[in-house]
Design a protein around this ligand. Sequence first.
Ligand SMILES: Cc1cc2nc3c(=O)[nH]c(=O)nc-3n(C[C@H](O)[C@H](O)[C@H](O)COP(=O)(O)OP(=O)(O)OC[C@H]3O[C@@H](n4cnc5c(N)ncnc54)[C@H](O)[C@@H]3O)c2cc1C
Length: 463
Amino acid sequence: MREVRPIPANNVSDTDCDCIVLGAGAVGLACASVLAARGVDVQVLDPRPAAGGVMQSERVDGYLLERGPNSTLNTSVRVERWLAELGVAEARRFGPQAASKRFILRGGRLRALPTSAAAFLRTPAWSLKGKLRLMAEPLIPRRRATTEECLADFVRRRLGQEGLDYALDPFVSGVYAGDPARIAIDAAFPMMVDFERDHGSLVIGMIRTAKARKADPDRPADRTLYAFAEGMQQPMVAAATRLGDRLHLGVRARQVVADGDHLRVESDGLTLTARRVVCATPAYAAAELLAPLSPEAGRLLGEIEHNPVAQVYLGYRREQVGHPLDGFGALFPSKEGKLTLGSLWSSTLFPNRAPKGHILLTNFAGGARRAEIRDMDPVEIRNQVVEELAPLMDLHGEPAFAEVQVLPRAIPHYTLGHTARIRAIEQALAATPALHLTGNYLLGISVSDCWKRGLLLGDALAG
Ligand SMILES: Cc1cc2nc3c(=O)[nH]c(=O)nc-3n(C[C@H](O)[C@H](O)[C@H](O)COP(=O)(O)OP(=O)(O)OC[C@H]3O[C@@H](n4cnc5c(N)ncnc54)[C@H](O)[C@@H]3O)c2cc1C
């Protein structure tokens, strides 16, 4: 992926501007690009050498490696319009029909998840007892207590133990790298709480609200999964290029302090003051940046946990792989006791992910359930993941390509108390209306949620 060259901090004189955006990830760049397009004098700071935050794409030995997200869902017309404005809408590559097939590990075998009611009745992915319990969901009385509930208890109550172990747990491990016993249902899946409270059932809630959801003007006609021809960083590079010298890469903001009715951002070699500051960094970075403004907000932001994830990229010659790899990939429930959380079949999903005659598997390991991955030797991680995958996918011989990347604080964990904590952070910062807090630890971690949040904030600030 093309990189936007860093502008050394000492080339920029200390200056006043209208808005400073801290963080050039999905949220920060979406917000800043709207502000810039609407003529707002915006400056963006980020310590990384390239734009996009965790969205970094790199071609190594002919394989296109995604260092962060691999794809996202088309969920917003506002996002579609923005991608068109950036000139990258045409570069989107939608997942093929095969991508709708997903596998789950159960009893030492990969089993395809059912995609129809008839297939659900036949699938060996759940026992007969488990299926009957899932089907009984509309009959389960709604919970009366109003205390906070963890995802595991909620799902066990409504869908049964097997529904938790072989439906929700692998999904949560795959998306959040999280622990269902610690995730707060109201923070991570508020819609499920609404369905139970308003309709008495998840299934009935989904059916009854389907019409209203379809009528949402921001809902695209086609909600397919997509990536970009040059990788997920492509739209981020397009946004960064448009920002030009308003984007200061290689510059880490140190602290935000009040300066009359303005805010001052102090960084090494660069001090900027502005009427408004958007803090779009991860929560742990915001904790340090905002502590001078509000020690309480800093303390609470620092309490937000992040789960570690290791990505194990494996390339094989096609003939080394017995499995047809005819799907999106496979998820590994905690019950199966593996280090691997899931395996994404990247070269099945999108073209140009692997050299001709080769395949690419992007595998995820660790997460909350195996947080010790932070300290494991990458070679050990690689060997263990290969050992776990080989019998399941019929892999033969040494991989033609292997690389491991460990992200110690990859994904925010929406643990019990998250909603109250966010409310308390907002209260602690209420006396500083010039500061706008945003990021993936608020209301959803997916790329499309992050982009939409950044765009809407940009719209509001520019308006
Ligand atoms: C491994 C992985 C796989 C994922 N897979 C998917 C997927 O397949 N699909 C999907 O939809 N989502 C996925 N996600 C989630 C999604 O990619 C992220 O939630 C989203 O990209 C986060 O965007 P962000 O802007 O909030 O944060 P970030 O991308 O973390 O950006 C924040 C920026 O703030 C900068 N910063 C930090 N400190 C400072 C400072 N002091 N001053 C200035 N800037 C600072 C950082 O350098 C960074 O660039 C994945 C995430 C990870 C980590």
